[in-house]
Every structure is written in structure tokens, then in C-alpha cells.
Design a protein around this ligand. Structure first.
Ligand SMILES: Nc1ncnc2c1ncn2[C@@H]1O[C@H](COP(=O)(O)OP(=O)(O)OP(=O)(O)O)[C@@H](O)[C@H]1O
Length: 292
């Protein structure tokens, strides 16, 4: 299986990612096939689907951790990544917010200390200021609220000046007020720098006002379109192959029926890492060291 992700040079007018006839499968389990999707600068794409449908695998393909087993993926090399809250296992009392953001500047995988210390500090300070986290940047992470911690993770993701920002359920375990603040920060970045957003989530409502298109994955099949096109009773019933009802209540979407039918699907195939899987741990900052 040949690596199929090609890192394209940065051009502000070019798509940040293009999947062409893409297929990803683990043994007999096909996550998607014949996926054609072009993500433009400044576009906000939500990736939805039940547990095990392939949302995280989709991000891993964009990060270069998983290779497609058919088709092509061309993707920018300026990628930022925001994980779920509590995603890192470092000691939360030993690490300050400033340290977390600094790891983003260093690059998690391509060597630490490549830049001068003064330049490093400037980049960290700028990223902290961009998300309004300067006031608590020197406090231990463990003393901060979930919302404050997520602001710092947004700051970390911005240190690479990403053209594409990958968000892996960054709102989970935040209260509605903090969810709103974090989404606003992400959208602000989209508007100010024309950064494309790929946002994996189980819950579309907190991001619904911002979403341009939805990629909805279910059991090896998918739909792509605007929320109005995809989030309908007819489209989701067809996709799930069972009765799903989509209601709009006070501007919120309520999906009844879909998730349960595909929850925690069992499968017997052992874990494998496809061609481009160089490191199964999440990339915190995908800025490339040119010497690597
Ligand atoms: N390296 C791997 N080897 C084998 N199977 C894998 C591998 N990575 C993912 N899978 C399988 O692919 C399917 C999709 O996994 P993935 O984590 O992408 O789903 P998800 O939609 O993000 O799920 P969740 O909503 O539960 O986080 C799962 O059945 C998972 O076990």
C-alpha cells in the first residue's frame, strides 16, 4: 500500500485539502470509498457520524498518520490541531499554559529549540494574546477551568500559522458558555486568516451557525453538503438505512434514531496502521522542520 497523502506547497488561493476517489478500510471494514472532497481556504467543514464511523480516521489521514488505501489526498503542510479537553497526559500541575503553547512553537515531532529563544517567546506571547489567555498563561494547567485550558490549546494550534485547523471534538466536556467562547475563537481565526476548519463533533448545534458543509459518515457511506441539505429526515434515513427523524426546535437540530443503530459497532479485525502511519499519537503542531 503506497502512501497516498501528498503535501502541497502553501498557496492562499489553492484548496487546503483535496480527496480524490479516496478509500480507507481496516481489513473488511470500509470507512469510506470514492470520497471526493475539496476543502477551500476559509471553509468550515463539520465531520459528523456515530461512534466508529471514521471521524478520527479522517483527521488522521489529513495529519498524514493514516494513508489511504485507494485514491489520493493532497493537503497543505500548514496544519494546526486542537484535541479534546484532557487529551494530554502530562502532569497538569507541572505544566503552565505558556509551556503548552511553547510546545506548539517547537513542533511536537520535528525537533525542539530550532528557533531562537526571543523569537519563541514572541510567538508564544502573540498566540496567548490572540485567544485572550495572557492573564493566566503562567498558572499551572491543573488550576485552570476547562474553558481556559481549551483556549490555551487553541493558542497552541495557532502557533504554526495554520492554513487548515483540525478540531477533534474540542468542545466535549465544556459547558455551553465555554463551548460558545471556544467556537467563537476558532471562527475568528477562520475569518481573520482565511483558515479552513475541519471540526469533528458528535453535536452539531454549538457549531451550526458557522458550518458551511457537513461530511456525515455512517457505516462505510457518507453524504456531503450544506447543513440544510444533509441534516434532513430524508437524507439521514437514506444514509443510515433506517428511520431517522430530524427536527428543528428553536433553531437547534434534534436527530432521533440514527446514532443508536450504529453505536459501538463490533468488528473483529485487529489494529493495523496503514501506509503513512508514522506515529499513531496525535500531532500537536504539524509545522514541518525543513531538515526532517
Ligand atoms: N489503526 C487501526 N486499525 C484497525 N482499526 C482501526 C484503526 N483505526 C481506526 N480503526 C477502526 O476504524 C473505525 C473508525 O474509527 P474512528 O476512531 O475513526 O471512528 P470515530 O468516528 O472517530 O469514532 P468515535 O466517535 O467513537 O470517536 C473503528 O471501528 C476503529 O476501531
Amino acid at each position: 500500500m503506497a502512501p497516498s497523502a501528498h503535501r502541497a506547497p502553501r498557496d492562499p488561493n489553492s484548496p487546503v485539502a483535496t480527496f480524490s476517489h479516496a478509500r480507507l478500510a481496516f481489513g473488511s471494514r470500509v470507512l469510506w470509498e470514492d470520497l471526493n472532497l475539496t476543502i477551500s481556504p476559509g471553509e468550515f467543514v463539520a465531520v459528523l457520524g456515530p461512534n466508529g464511523s471514521g471521524k478520527t480516521s479522517f483527521l488522521r489521514c489529513l495529519l498524514g498518520q493514516y494513508g489511504l488505501d485507494a485514491g489520493q489526498l493532497e493537503v497543505t503542510d500548514a496544519i494546526g490541531y486542537i484535541p479534546q479537553q484532557h487529551a494530554d497526559d502530562s502532569d497538569p500541575m507541572a505544566m503552565r499554559g505558556r509551556d503548552l503553547v511553547g510546545f506548539g512553537v517547537d513542533g511536537a515531532r520535528w525537533g525542539i529549540g530550532l528557533r531562537g529563544r526571543g523569537r519563541r517567546r514572541q510567538l508564544v506571547d502573540a498566540a496567548l494574546a490572540e485567544v485572550g489567555a495572557t492573564a493566566y498563561a503562567d498558572a499551572p494547567m491543573g488550576l485552570l477551568s476547562g474553558g481556559e485550558q481549551q483556549r490555551l490549546r487553541v493558542a497552541q494550534s495557532l502557533t504554526s500559522d495554520p492554513a487548515l485547523l483540525l478540531c477533534d471534538e474540542p468542545l466535549s466536556s465544556l459547558d455551553p458558555t465555554n463551548q460558545h467562547r471556544v467556537v467563537e475563537l476558532i471562527d475568528e481565526r477562520r475569518r481573520s486568516a482565511n483558515t479552513a476548519i475541519v471540526f469533528v463533533t458528535h453535536e452539531i448545534n454549538p457549531i451550526l451557525p458557522y458550518v458551511d458543509r457537513v461530511l456525515y459518515l455512517v457505516g462505510g457511506r457518507f453524504r456531503i453538503g450544506t447543513p440544510d441539505e444533509v441534516m434532513t429526515t430524508a437524507t439521514l434515513s437514506n444514509l443510515y438505512g433506517s428511520d431517522v427523524e430530524v427536527l428543528r426546535v428553536n433553531g437547534r437540530l434534534v436527530v432521533i434514531g440514527g446514532e443508536d443503530g450504529h453505536h459501538c459497532e463490533e468488528h473483529a479485525d485487529p489494529p493495523v496502521f496503514p501506509a503513512a502511519a508514522v506515529d499513531p499519537s496525535p500531532v500537536v503542531n504539524a509545522e514541518r522542520d525543513p531538515r526532517a
